[in-house]
Design a protein around this ligand. Structure first.
Ligand code: NAD
Length: 249
């Protein structure tokens, strides 16, 4: 087990990619705080981890709330004695439309959750990790943190922001034992995607991946697990795609 004696937080862990990452962390011996705004989804993840023999608890938090982020880190430290790993994964797709018609409240919501949420998270996580002897943060960006697409300006901006923020924070703490990296998944088969796209749109996004299919949450979790572990001890400030070749074109 590569995460023995580690304490981890995963946001948005009640579904999709976050759930897979929480399960992989627990399987490798970490004590995991499963966090989500969706209580039922988060509790289901904890149930699955317990069934696998792992250690986890659920803590409800909205990543766009500063106070919730503070309480989440406090919970990890109180219950499990410190904090070594955080995966800032919670995110939404948001409304779709061209910039001139894009709803302003939709813009604010996407930026609040997908970008400010990552900053609020790290603000408290880094402080706790420094007290715990160091740690690793993995921020879930997107291929849309590296290139654009039409009709999701808020999402594209937020994900580019996460990639930049990751570099900035990584530089600040590189010499103090806190590593910070981001991941750029291609289109992954999760409720975020299946709820937003009809069958024709799904076929279209599939065709954008040279591998010829969408990715799975587990394929993203493999990379998150590695980046979170000491196996990635010389890796910080980086952005890694897991995208079936999408960005290579
Ligand atoms: P998902 O919808 O399956 O899961 C996201 C989870 O985040 C949900 O459980 C949801 O309740 C939670 N969440 C939403 N708003 C929240 C908030 N304010 N506070 C706390 N939790 C909140 O989606 P997913 O596909 O697993 O997405 C996870 C991350 O991966 C997101 O950041 C997403 O942008 C990113 N991503 C997804 C894809 C994809 O194709 N699915 C591709 C690239 C990046």
């Amino acid at each position: 087990a590569i995460l023995e004696n580690k304490v981890a937080i995963v946001t948005g862990a009640g579904s999709g990619i976050g759930r897979a990452i929480a399960r992989f962390y627990a399987r490798e011996g970490a004590k995991v705080v499963v966090s989500d705004i969706n209580q039922a989804g988060g509790e289901e993840t904890v149930k699955e981890i317990h069934a696998d023999g792992g250690i986890a608890l659920f803590f409800k938090a909205d990543t766009s709330s500063i106070e919730d982020n503070r309480l989440l880190v406090e919970k990890a430290v109180q219950e499990f004695g410190g904090l070594h790993i955080a995966c800032n994964n919670a995110g939404i797709g948001g409304p779709m439309g061209p910039t001139a018609d894009y709803p302003i409240d939709g813009w604010n919501k996407v930026i609040g959750i997908n970008l400010s949420g990552v900053f609020y998270g790290m603000h408290f996580q880094v402080a706790a990790m420094l007290k715990s002897g160091g740690g690793a943060i993995v921020n879930i960006a997107s291929i849309l943190g590296a290139v654009g697409t039409r009709f999701s300006p808020a999402y594209v901006a937020a994900k580019h922001g996460v990639v930049g923020l990751t570099k900035a924070t990584a530089l600040e703490y590189a010499s103090q034992g806190v590593r910070v990296n981001s991941i750029g998944p291609g289109y992954i088969l999760t409720p975020l995607l299946t709820n937003a796209l009809d069958e024709a749109a799904m076929e279209q996004v599939k065709s954008l991946h040279p591998i010829g299919r969408l990715g799975t949450s587990e394929e993203v979790a493999e990379l998150a697990l590695w980046l979170s572990s000491d196996k990635a001890s010389f890796v910080t400030g980086s952005y890694y795609a897991v995208d079936g070749g999408y960005l290579a074109q």
